[in-house]
Design a binder for this molecule. Structure first.
Ligand SMILES: NC(=O)c1ccc[n+]([C@@H]2O[C@H](COP(=O)([O-])OP(=O)(O)OC[C@H]3O[C@@H](n4cnc5c(N)ncnc54)[C@H](OP(=O)(O)O)[C@@H]3O)[C@@H](O)[C@H]2O)c1
Length: 233
């Protein structure tokens, strides 16, 4: 019998994280669905009722004490895919002349620092798994090579920074057989992407899931779009 595979997803209560939780659970995966406030996460609760293997866990990704407690609680579990998905955009219109330092710090904490802390907290559970994959939901807006339009200093730089974290981890954890990659979900119709975005959350998650379920050492250190295309750093 093939043993169960497990994915941990942060920011699982809405948007891309919620849809990925649904799609992985439908495929028979154990889903450790993390969100800030499980008691208010109605859509996730509905999924947990539908899929007994979907578990809700409280995690504010910048609360590193809570992260450490959750890791201790899950210390006997193996995590095939550790997916850092939670993210924020920060104030809209943070263009030249309108960037506030406090806003920048807040976005950096969530988008750049917390993903690193998540990997440090859960690396043993990933190392104990079969697939041994860490994935970070980044954004093409973090690509320096792709930046032809400027603006959005805060969000762009937070994703550029986390891309460097991914690249570093892909080198530092390779010896333990752990693969690490950055993902761009496309411009997706979520609260963050807005109603005018190019693709549905279902299509984005389906593409991401296809990448995630097979990714391994060959994808280590890559930055991939939801359709599998590589993105220049
Ligand atoms: N949508 C796009 O077009 C797009 C494009 C490129 C990249 N991305 C990236 O994809 C990821 C998911 O985006 P989305 O479109 O699904 O966004 P979304 O609909 O705004 O959802 C964001 C999720 O992150 C959670 N979150 C935010 N801060 C958190 C924190 N401090 N602790 C725990 N959870 C937190 C939110 O939880 P709450 O409900 O508690 O706030 C929510 O579950 C993000 O990393 C985003 O940067 C999105």
């Amino acid at each position: 019998m093939i043993s169960e595979q497990t994915i941990l997803i942060t920011g699982a209560n809405r948007g891309i994280g919620l849809e990925l939780s649904d799609q992985f659970a439908a495929d028979g995966w154990v889903v450790l669905a993390c969100c800030r406030n499980p008691a208010n996460a109605e859509a996730l609760q509905t999924l947990a009722n539908r899929y007994p293997a979907l578990e809700l866990h409280a995690l504010e990704v910048t609360d590193y004490a809570q992260m450490s407690s959750l890791s201790a609680q899950l210390r006997e579990r193996s995590i095939d895919i550790l997916l850092s998905n939670a993210g924020i955009y920060g104030p809209r219109g943070a263009n030249f002349g309108r960037v506030k330092a406090a806003d920048w710090r807040e976005v950096f904490e969530v988008n750049s620092i917390a993903p690193m802390m998540l990997v440090q907290a859960f690396v043993e559970q990933v190392a104990a798994s079969r697939q041994k994959l860490v994935a970070v939901m980044s954004s093409k807006m973090g690509s320096i090579a792709d930046n032809g339009s400027g603006g959005s200093y805060i969000y762009r730089s937070s994703k550029t920074a986390v891309n460097q974290v991914v690249r570093n981890l892909s080198i530092d954890l390779a010896g333990r057989g752990i693969s690490v990659l950055s993902l761009h979900p496309g411009w997706v119709q979520t609260d963050m992407g807005g109603a005018n975005a190019e693709i549905s959350v279902g299509d984005s998650a389906a593409g991401l899931k296809t990448i995630l379920q097979v990714a391994g050492p060959e994808q280590n250190g890559q930055f991939l779009e939801f359709n599998g295309d590589p993105i220049p750093w």
